[in-house]
Each structure stands twice: as structure tokens, then as C-alpha cells.
Design a protein around this ligand. Structure first.
Ligand code: MN
Length: 410
């Protein structure tokens, strides 16, 4: 008889993109009840990196924590949560475990602006919650960690799978075994380039190390072949024997799902038969939030990735131009299609002065791709808006509307 396994949806780095998270959860069949997303047969596993970068960090944390507290999701720690703990923990020598340099503060700025400064007491609670997140999850036939699975480094933690104050302090000191363990699990493996070689990151920083495909044994392979993602400029000379790369991750071991690697948005693919990354840069232009639906398989199936393109608050400068005024519909609403001269995007504007809801909900907007323009008529406009993202007329922000546009008689 076939054993029934718990089935999981492993969701990649969110970085404050709460609207996109809601859209992905909905696509995966999770329904929100009393603030908690739930699926009748499945659980979510979040790979960490909830904070920094994006516009709705607090809401992201609220969605994730509500699910973890209710038992509809598990979550592991990302390097951004770890860095935040170090940034806000005093080192006992007048400074902090993570120095408050300009570069490090900038990486953390969105979280400082959105939570730490306006809600300092609440922020302390979030930091305490971060400490409850496991550093890795070994579920027997499935493993989840933010960046890299390494049995030797996991052994260093002596079965302690939480960041206690002692482990936090030890791990913040370079040269300790705890430092290496946290680096590897949460940030992945890096190797130093040969002398004279550097590469430049997306942020413009010059680096002397590259991230490597930690599951691949180094034996004889080049820096270029081992780089993750593949750096075209990485030298095509063999990497010298290096302890940190010994062995790789055996293909017979259970599948590992990670986030972290900020992959270039593309159709998600596995990295190896038993390795998948679900981080496709939701916080960058054109990015996506990705999930892997695991049903007990020992190998990653490319068909089981599910993803949503990042939903961003649109720019609404005052250079909109009407390109079509449609006749009023049966509800006698004003309907027009507007093109924004700066962004080149089209918006369907639907205004109904007798709408059943409050004043701010009388005006509905949604984006219209060029290809759909010809399909919109007075008869179809209302149906077109329903089920899409609506713009909130109060704040100009995009919201995944829980109130569909329905009028009396619908
Ligand atoms: Mn990360």
C-alpha cells in the first residue's frame, strides 16, 4: 500500500511583497479565514527572507506568522532575518553584532522605515519571533533550508536548531565553527577567486569570492562551472582541492529546497535532480514569487513549480490621457480607458456613483494589457475588472480586492 505523506508547498523569498504572496497563496488553493490562509490537504513551508526590500514587510510577516501559529505553515530562517537579529543586538562593546555601516543599514532600510522606527515595541516582538524559526527542516524525505544543506555544518549546531542568544553571539564572530555553520546554511558556500580575479555584483560591489553550486563536487571543475548563478566572467580554470566543497550533496539523498539565490526570473527549473531553488527575485523588476508543490517525490519535477509575477504598486503620475470613452453600461457607470504617457500602460476606469459600498469604492481601476484593449466594451468592462487587482482610490496602492465589483441584482 502506498504511504500517505504530508504534502507541502514550499514558497520562496518574499521580501515584503505581501500582495504577490496573497496572489500566490490564492493560486495554490489556500483560502483566508480570520486572517489565516489554509488549505484542506496541504501545508506551506516558507524558506525565509520575509523582510527588507519590498513595500509591505509588516503585512508579509503578519501573513506568515498567522499561518505558522495556526499550524498551516512551517518556516525557516533566512539570512535577512539573521542579519536583522545581529543588526539589533548589542555586542557588549558599545556596538552591535552587525555593524551599522552605511551599506548594511541600506540593505535593511525598508524594514527600518516600515516597522523598526514607526513600531519599535512591535519590532522587538518580531525579533523574538525570528529567534523561534528553525535554521533547517529535515522532514525525512524532504529537506528545506534557506541556502545550503550541509550535514557537517548542521552537526556543528549540536542538534540546536534555533538561534539561542549564545549561538547568535558565537555565530557573529568570524573564525568560530558557529560562524561557518550559519554562513553555509543561510548564505551558501563561497570560494575565493584566484588572485587578480574579481566579479561585480548586481549592487555594484566588487567581490573576491563567488557563490558556488554546493551540491556539485569540485573535483576538477572550473570556477566558471561551479559559479551560482553562472558568472560569464568567472575564470575557466579548475578550482584547487578545497575542503569546503568536498563531496557535494549525493543524488541519493532526499530532495532539498532552498531560496536565497536571487535567480534571474525565468521559467522555474530544478538545479539538480534533487535540488530546487524557489527564489526568483520577486523584489527586482520582472521578478516572480515561486512555489514548489511537493507530493512525496524523491526527485524534483519541473512541472511542479507554481509562480506569480510580482504585483507592484503602479506609478500614477498626472499625465494620463483617455484613449476611449465607452458608453455607460446597464448600471449607468462611467467607463473609460486611459493610457499613461510615462509608463505606456493602459487602465480601465470604472466609476459608479450609486455603488452599494463606500465612497472610496465607487471608483475602480485595473490595468489592461494592449492585447485586451479591443475586447473591452460597456458590456464586458465590469466582468473584466472582477477578479483582477483593483486600485485603492484612497491611497493609489494596489490591493488584492476582497470586495468584488458587484452591483444590486448580480
Ligand atoms: Mn537570502
Amino acid at each position: 500500500m502506498k504511504t500517505r505523506h504530508q504534502r507541502y508547498d514550499i514558497i520562496g523569498d518574499i521580501h515584503g511583497h505581501a500582495d504577490t504572496l496573497r496572489a500566490l497563496l490564492k493560486k495554490l488553493g489556500y483560502v483566508e479565514t480570520n486572517g489565516v490562509y489554509c488549505h484542506p490537504e496541504r501545508l506551506v513551508i516558507f524558506v525565509g527572507d520575509f523582510i527588507d526590500r519590498g513595500p509591505k514587510i509588516r503585512e508579509t510577516l503578519q501573513i506568515v506568522r498567522a499561518m505558522v501559529d495556526a499550524g498551516t505553515a512551517l518556516a525557516v530562517m533566512g539570512n535577512h532575518e539573521y542579519n536583522a537579529l545581529c543588526f539589533h543586538t548589542r555586542n557588549g562593546y558599545g556596538g552591535f553584532l552587525r555593524p551599522h555601516t552605511k551599506a548594511k543599514a541600506e540593505q535593511h532600510q525598508a524594514t527600518l522605515d516600515q516597522i523598526a522606527k514607526p513600531f519599535p515595541d512591535e519590532w522587538k516582538e518580531w525579533l523574538e519571533w525570528f529567534k523561534t524559526l528553525p535554521l533547517f527542516l529535515d522532514l525525512g524525505r524532504l529537506r528545506v533550508v534557506h541556502a545550503c544543506w550541509d550535514n557537517e555544518q548542521i552537526a556543528v549546531l549540536h542538534a540546536s536548531n534555533r538561534l539561542s542568544d549564545g549561538l547568535l553571539r558565537a555565530s557573529a564572530t568570524k573564525g568560530t565553527p558557529e560562524y561557518d555553520a550559519i554562513e553555509v546554511l543561510l548564505k551558501g558556500k563561497e570560494i575565493k577567486l584566484p588572485d587578480g580575479h574579481t566579479f561585480t555584483t548586481k549592487d555594484g560591489q566588487i567581490r573576491h569570492e563567488i557563490r558556488v553550486k554546493w551540491w556539485v563536487p569540485a573535483d576538477g571543475r572550473t570556477y566558471h562551472a561551479l559559479s551560482l548563478p553562472t558568472y560569464d566572467t568567472a575564470p575557466k580554470v579548475p578550482v584547487p582541492a578545497s575542503k569546503s566543497l568536498e563531496g557535494g550533496y549525493a543524488t541519493k539523498e532526499p530532495p532539498v529546497i532552498v531560496g536565497h539565490y536571487w535567480l534571474v526570473p525565468a521559467k522555474p527549473a530544478r538545479l539538480a535532480p534533487n535540488i530546487a531553488c524557489v527564489d526568483y527575485s520577486v523584489a527586482t523588476e520582472g521578478g516572480m514569487l515561486v512555489a514548489y508543490r511537493w507530493d512525496g517525490e524523491d526527485e524534483i519535477y519541473p512541472s511542479r513549480f507554481v509562480y506569480t509575477n510580482a504585483i507592484r504598486p503602479p506609478v500614477l503620475p498626472d499625465d494620463d490621457v483617455a484613449i476611449a470613452d465607452l458608453p455607460r453600461d446597464k448600471a449607468y457607470a462611467e467607463i473609460s480607458i486611459i493610457r499613461n504617457r510615462t509608463t505606456g500602460k493602459n487602465w480601465l476606469r470604472y466609476f459608479h456613483e450609486h455603488h452599494a459600498f463606500t465612497a472610496s469604492q465607487q471608483l475602480f481601476w485595473c490595468e489592461v494589457p494592449d492585447a485586451d484593449l479591443a475586447t473591452i466594451t460597456a458590456e464586458t468592462a465590469r466582468a473584466y475588472i472582477n477578479g483582477r487587482n483593483h486600485l485603492c482610490d484612497d491611497c493609489g496602492d494596489l490591493s488584492w480586492s476582497s470586495i468584488p465589483l458587484c452591483l444590486y441584482g448580480d
